[in-house]
Design a protein. Structure first.
Length: 467
């Protein structure tokens, strides 16, 4: 978050010196619930400008952006002009929310309509079909948010300065909850902070067992459930003596500890079961990989099995083309290095590779190291470490290549209780940007080659001396 704040301050400094907001449009990207909208509101507050949010999710019609011509029945201005009417200012901070969820339809491309709006050289004469005259929107400070940058149109992405925001660690979530979420929910439920004391261990229990997210939205819902429980207890105490103007004698503040959290939330939310605990101990051919989704990082088990056959490969788990090619690369590397490792090749066996959660699309090259580890483990008949996860792309010559989402993946491993993470050596710079307390808690191994990865993922065995 420090990098994000620094980039925002630099942007505001340039705006102040030039006395203008013309320049690159900031686009905050990351999982839901990590504070993208809150940062935009803070920017508006610091600049003394009004804040206006426009949700672009699901828009398919260009007229929603540019407005309808007045010849049509029920014609109205586009969302940009309507928002300016609502805030009654021509220089607000304008948040274009969920800009990655625009869709092209038969009525034109909304993302193409945004190109003129976000181009500093053109937006002084933005044309709304309803007004039918040029309108100057160059004084507006535009900020965009997105969950998945890959879904942005290339021309639109070129006009945005992408600022990546990652999820929060356990320590950060606890601080956010104590300093912001609890007070916000107490105020929302009209409960004095003097009436309730939410223990830190209770907050940690809510995070570990009743949430599975990169942000804090579900955590805030859980805090709201605790506040409703406290409100019920206070209301019952008042009803015991309807004539009383104040609360009857009761122990205040109400103490909420970890056992109370389980009683309050068990009927409302399913307790999270860690997939790592379910799969331990690992059999040969199974490896914990790491992946990144729009909701943050997660641990991705990789399973491989063999039977007598002709070397055919079967893949299941809704895999994409890039991921299937990674399996071929891992098998090709193993075949080329089997003699060096002192192993039999898998050419006389059919191999079945499966990635659980078959209803979820999976793709990308970062599972290469995990696939290589699973196949080596299968060929050796030796299980991998059950407290370690790996991520990284591999080449056919055995080099480990850089991947993205390093912090998200390390946080996912931490949430699942894994102690070791194997990352590509070329991602060392991104790894060093992770908070020091997380780096101290996790045993992170930086690998240059597939041999380095296998050595880090396996318990010490005599066969590893050949690597």
């Amino acid at each position: 978050m420090d990098d994000v704040k620094q980039r925002v301050l630099e942007h505001l400094a340039v705006c102040k010196i030039n006395n203008s907001v013309k320049g690159m449009i900031l686009c905050f990207t990351g999982p839901p619930g990590i504070g993208k909208t809150s940062i935009a509101k803070a920017i508006a507050e610091s600049m003394g400008r009004k804040f206006q949010r426009v949700s672009l999710g699901g828009i398919r019609d260009e007229s929603d952006i540019r407005g309808h011509r007045r010849t049509y029945v029920a014609a109205m201005p586009g969302r940009i002009i309507e928002a300016l009417k609502h805030c009654k200012s021509n220089n607000p901070v304008f948040l274009l929310d969920e800009v990655d969820k625009l869709y092209s339809g038969n009525q034109g491309s909304p993302s193409a309509a945004l190109l003129e709006l976000l181009d500093p050289e053109q937006n002084s004469t933005f044309h709304d079909h309803y007004l039918n005259i040029p309108f100057d929107v160059s004084k507006i400070m535009f900020i965009a948010t997105a969950n998945d940058v890959e879904r942005l149109e290339p021309a639109l992405k070129d006009r945005l300065e992408i600022i990546e925001m990652s999820g929060y660690s356990m320590k950060e979530k606890v601080k956010i909850c104590e300093n912001h979420l609890v007070n916000r929910q107490l105020s929302k439920h009209c409960i004095s902070p003097d009436y309730v004391n939410l223990d830190r261990h209770a907050i940690m229990a809510m995070i570990e067992e009743y949430t599975m997210e990169a942000g804090v939205r579900q955590l805030e819902r859980n805090v709201g459930a605790v506040c409703r429980h406290v409100a019920l207890r206070l209301a019952e105490a008042l009803n015991s003596d309807p004539s009383a103007d104040v609360l009857p004698d009761m122990d205040l503040p109400i103490q909420i500890g970890e056992p109370d959290i389980h009683k309050i939330l068990k009927a409302k939310h399913m307790k999270r079961v860690k997939i790592v605990e379910k799969m331990r101990p690992l059999p040969p051919g199974v490896c914990f990989g790491l992946s990144v989704t729009t909701n943050g990082g997660r641990v991705m088990p990789i399973e491989a099995s063999k039977c007598k056959g002709t070397g055919k490969i079967v893949t299941t788990g809704h895999l994409g083309k890039v991921l299937e090619e990674s399996i071929l690369v891992a098998k090709g590397w193993l075949g080329a290095n089997a003699e060096k490792l002192g192993l039999k090749t898998l050419e006389e066996n059919d191999i079945h590779v499966h990635l659980p959660a078959g209803a979820v699309n999976k793709d990308g090259p970062s599972a290469g190291t995990g696939l290589a580890c699973a196949l080596v483990s299968l060929a050796m008949g030796v299980p991998l470490r059950s407290d370690a996860a790996v991520t990284g792309e591999i080449s056919l010559t055995g080099h480990v290549l850089a991947i993205g989402g390093v912090k998200e993946k390390v946080l996912a491993a931490q949430r699942e209780g894994l102690r070791r993470v194997v990352l590509p050596k070329s991602n060392e710079e991104e790894y060093l940007k992770i908070d020091e307390d997380i780096r101290n808690e996790m045993d992170v191994v930086l690998a240059d080659t597939v041999e380095d990865v296998i050595e880090a993922m396996m318990e010490k065995e005599p066969v590893l001396a050949k690597l």
